[in-house]
Design a protein around this ligand. Structure first.
Ligand code: DOR
Ligand code: ZN
Length: 424
């Protein structure tokens, strides 16, 4: 099976820039990139006016399957991902049962493998039941194919257990993905600690809750030489800690979410539960530091932390509503519209943070548009705007902080292994 994508503005990885050209796909591979290609056997797709990016990769998604399938399941999550331009996603293990054993992991892999949709990689738990007490059987999960380990949503509080996980995992070549939160400091906090928590009269989650654990994990990575990846970095001091540790040669990487890049705690003033997540939206100073961290390479990756919750959970009062927001379908358009279109950030850089860089961290030969590489592509129309509304969303849940916004950069086609898995 051949496909010929004609006259797209292609992000050619070799040159790290956009060029108007054609791409010939054969089966699941990119066969040729060049000008005025032709092939009588190929199905031709006119990409004139469109940008062709490497299929996006989201290394932080909660698919809720097994156990919480009213929020999302593997099929609906994969569909939402494809609609957002993602050819690959990684799913987090905070399901029920937890993905801390081979049979649970095999369940996800099998169900995901049956789909003609976005590719799904599995992240296994660090601790049994995500309880932070006993280390999970990481070796058997690695054999079952996990690409990383994480207790995301939770954070191991006991430093001895955290050290054992990092030591044990260092024998395998995979990232240890850390949700940094000190519970003694975050406690019952609902929003960022400071101006907004005072204004709303609710308990706050201080920046220090994140920074204490980031500091601890930097030390653990340093003594064990394991690769620690920080999920959803949200504070300016965490960015600075990571910057300095990287300069010292510590084996760490970091990610930031679109919502922490684009929104601040001010959004919580109206008690909108779609602005409630962990870590919380922080201050403008933090937001600016996250953008600088992305620009100077301190932060490697943008990942959504797509965390679906049902309408009836998010309709609860602010204190009772669960933490988390969806992000698969808004990520690229929201970032393109609010960071690239206004000149704050280069499109090439945005693309790398959402494709090549996560591919490197999860050690997959993906995220590049080059001859011989896997035909994972996201075809977008940067000039086409659309209303991001509940109707637009393919996810089972609608808890987006961006509802009602108009975005440019609409995904038109998404391809995974040479197959069209989404078409506008
Ligand atoms: O807000 C969040 N929701 N943060 C997390 O780390 C976990 C996630 C969830 O699973 O709902
Ligand atoms: Zn998460």
């Amino acid at each position: 099976m051949k496909k010929l994508l004609k006259n797209g503005n292609v992000f050619v990885s070799k040159n790290k820039k956009f060029e108007i050209c054609d791409i010939l796909l054969e089966d699941d591979k990119i066969k040729e990139i060049g000008k005025e290609l032709s092939d009588s056997e190929a199905e031709t797709i006119d990409c004139n006016g469109y940008h062709i990016l490497p299929g996006l990769i989201d290394m932080h998604v909660h698919l809720r399957d097994p156990g919480y399938t009213a929020k999302e399941d593997i099929i609906s999550g994969a569909k939402a991902a494809a609609k957002g331009g993602f050819s690959s996603i990684c799913c987090m293990p905070n399901t029920n049962p937890v993905l801390d054993n081979t049979s649970a992991i095999n369940y996800v892999t099998r169900k995901a493998g049956d789909l003609d949709k976005t590719r799904i990689f599995v992240i296994g738990a660090m601790s049994k039941g995500l309880e932070g007490k006993e280390i999970a059987n990481i070796g058997s999960m690695v054999n079952a194919g996990v690409i990383g380990i994480s207790d995301d949503g939770n954070c191991i509080q006991n430093t001895k257990v955290a050290l054992n996980v990092v030591r044990y995992a260092s024998t395998y070549d995979l990232p240890i993905i850390v949700h940094a939160e000190d519970y003694t400091l975050s406690g019952e906090g609902q929003v960022n600690y400071g101006k907004m928590s005072t204004k709303l009269g609710v308990k706050g989650i201080p920046s220090l809750s994140e920074e204490i654990i980031v500091s601890r994990e930097i030390m653990l990575a340093n003594v064990t030489n394991s690769h620690i990846h920080f999920s959803h970095v949200s504070t300016h001091r965490a960015v600075e800690l990571i910057r300095r540790a990287k300069a010292d040669g510590v084996n760490i990487t970091a990610e930031v979410t679109p919502h922490h890049l684009l929104l601040t705690e001010e959004e919580c003033a109206e008690f909108d539960t779609n602005k409630k997540m962990k870590p919380p939206l922080r201050t403008e100073k933090d937001r600016q530091a996250l953008i600088s961290g992305l620009q100077d390479g301190t932060i490697d990756v943008i990942a959504t932390d797509h965390a679906p919750h049902t309408d009836y959970e998010k309709e609860l009062e602010f204190l009772k509503a669960p933490f988390g927001v969806i992000g698969l379908e808004s990520a690229f358009p929201a970032l393109y519209t609010n960071l690239v279109k206004n000149g704050e950030f280069q499109l090439e850089e945005l693309v790398a943070k959402m494709s090549e860089n996560p591919a490197q961290i999860i050690k997959q030969d993906l995220g590049l548009i080059a001859e011989g590489k896997t035909a994972d592509l996201a075809v977008v129309n940067l000039d086409e705007s659309f209303l991001f509304s509940e109707n637009y969303i393919a996810s089972k849940s609608h808890n987006s902080p961006f509802l009602g916004k108009t975005f440019f950069g609409k995904p038109k086609f998404t391809l995974c292994k040479g197959k069209i898995i989404w078409q506008d």
